[in-house]
Design a protein around this ligand. Sequence first.
Ligand SMILES: [Zn+2]
Length: 488
Amino acid sequence: MRRLIVGLVICACCALAARGQEKGEVLNLIQAVQGDTPLIEDLRTLTDEIGGRPTGSAANMRSVEWALERFRAAGVSARKEAFDMPALWLERSASSTVRGAVEFRARVAAMPFSIGTPVAGAEAPFIDAGRGTTEDFERLGEEAKGALVLIETDLLQDVPGLFKEYADAAEIERRAFAAEVMGVVYMGSRSRSVLYRHNASLSHFNRHLMLVMERDAATRAMRLLRAEQVLTLRARVDINSSGPYESFNVIGEIRGSLQPEEFVVVGAHLDSWGIGTGALDNGANVALVIDLARQMSRLGIKPKRTIRFALFNGEEQGMHGSLGYTLLHADELDRHVMASSYDIGSGRITGYFTNGRSELFEVLDAALQPGENVGPFEHSTEPIVGTDNFDFMLQGVANLVANQESANYGPNHHARTDTFEQVDLEQLRKNAAVAAAITYAFANVDVDWVRHDREAITELVGSTSLGEQLKMFNYYESWASGTRGRTD
Ligand SMILES: [Zn+2]
């Protein structure tokens, strides 16, 4: 079975290399990453033995040391690179009780950058805010003031559902804060009452209590409220928070043989939320990136350009590690040929987002031709906000995000269930072959594109969905004011 897959992937990539030596090298690499490598064992140790690793936690620092050791054991030079995190936020514990004519406990997760409560807890009217629409808040009027508002959600099925959840949340929270609520309680969108955690829209600027409540309890509370019962919610939320601190990316590097001053970045983020063990998001792709470096080193492959294998931190809390990378390496960005990100679990890679650049299609098409068991591949110029390509894009550096089938990514996203056994190990190895072909191609081909200046990036913001996405994720101001992205 494996031999068959290798053969098909090799066929898929034959068109890559015009020159004999390169062709042999990339075929060896593609075969190697599909072999019996330590990739799976790396994923197991990262997820089971280190576990959930939110930036700022002790587990996260262990993961940094782990990643350094993994690169070095593979003979790949590696270093820690410091960057600034704007604020520390870690949940110590969170619990709640719904109170009224009946009383029951409801498991909750604090949303990142939620405020905590006093040790004795906080209690407030628990009210039905429907879907959190403008009409809902008009209906509530003064009643919303000082209350904990319960927001109804759809059951999450897939990645598009996840994007809708994010988009809706920004609007719901804007209305709720304008109504002067004490806090927002989302009905958990995951089946089987699985808890999860992702950012409140204002990230570290948030000053409200923000909770996700297990779906069973939240739907029960909602039914009670709609049956005219009066409820309060008592919540106890203990948060470890403080101001700015230093965190670290881990950068493995294989130096280029002909143009070492030019760079290709292949990246995944090391951090996760601590509620699961960060396997799909993003341990699987961390293991993929490390194994790619390991196999290149083992085979003695010397790419023309320098390849940086970047394990970013601080991604979940606002892509701060990759931002830090672009600041630390500002003088080299003109010579960054491409920066790629892998961050959608272990579903099949279906193509790449080129983030506005159709000129990258030629290299992608040459490197990846579909075979019976691989592809078809379809690439898109659509700009993507939400992972570590972001600051490269705003700096005008050519960048890629691997597009992947949703598979089981959506329902397990940032959830308790994001653990080792969710990862499709066979597909992960096939994805590694695709990533190998692409990384090798960009490290060796002649390129005719250059870094975009601010005018060109502004054109991208204005002519695509990028502007709307920047607003949705609350990054528009930092782009517009020049605090994030290229200024010249
Ligand atoms: Zn991620």
